[in-house]
Design a protein around this ligand. Structure first.
Ligand code: HEM
Length: 163
């Protein structure tokens, strides 16, 4: 694999290699927590609890959005112009993760928090909630694939360095 960073940038490179999986794990865990809290509160919680969860998720976006951005930026910086197939798959998934987040998850979270605060759990809430859960599950799956491929890649790089 060719690195976009040159030898003189070893520190930047090792920083990226630490930052990338950390930001990726935070992004994954945040969406997983949103998903579980949503399903748990809507299955068994009072309307107040659901509204609290929906409001918490909007605050959680402050963590999620930068985490996704940092994961993507650090990934693309490390990958450079490499055309390794495993990296191409990771690169291909990233815009889907980002667009899904910004175009579906963020507006859905805000809409649901507003409706829940009003105690409006009607048809619109149900539809937007359904869309949010599906989009969240898709992002979890795409991120899980990127984590799997990332770990394979990092292991291959380590093996090559050790050889
Ligand atoms: C949400 C999306 C992503 C997640 C959750 C993610 C997660 C990970 C994880 C967990 C690792 C393993 C690190 C290790 O074991 O040390 C990794 C490695 C890596 N990822 Fe990603 N990744 C994502 C997106 C991307 C993108 C878009 C690229 C760019 C093509 C990329 C490029 C890399 C590279 C080059 C490595 C190997 C780092 C090394 O040199 O050790 N990743 N990724």
């Amino acid at each position: 694999m060719t690195h976009s960073l040159q030898n003189g940038d070893l520190n930047a490179q090792s920083l990226l290699r630490r930052l990338h999986p950390l930001a990726g794990a935070v992004a994954f865990m945040t969406i997983l927590a949103f998903w579980i809290a949503t399903v748990a509160s809507e299955l068994g919680g009072s309307w107040q609890t659901i509204a609290l969860v929906k409001r918490g998720i909007v605050w959680g976006l402050v963590v999620l959005v930068p985490a996704i951005a940092l994961t993507g930026i650090s990934g693309f910086l490390m990958a450079g112009k490499s055309t390794a197939p495993i990296l191409l798959s990771k690169k291909r998934r990233m815009p889907l993760i980002g667009i899904n987040g910004l175009v579906v998850l963020v507006p859905a979270a805000i809409t649901l928090a507003i409706l829940a605060a009003r105690g409006d759990f009607g048809r619109t809430f149900m539809i937007v909630q359904g869309i949010e859960l599906v989009a969240g599950a898709i992002n979890l799956a795409l991120m899980a694939l990127n984590i799997r491929d990332g770990r394979r890649l990092a292991a291959a790089i380590r093996r090559r360095r050790a050889a």
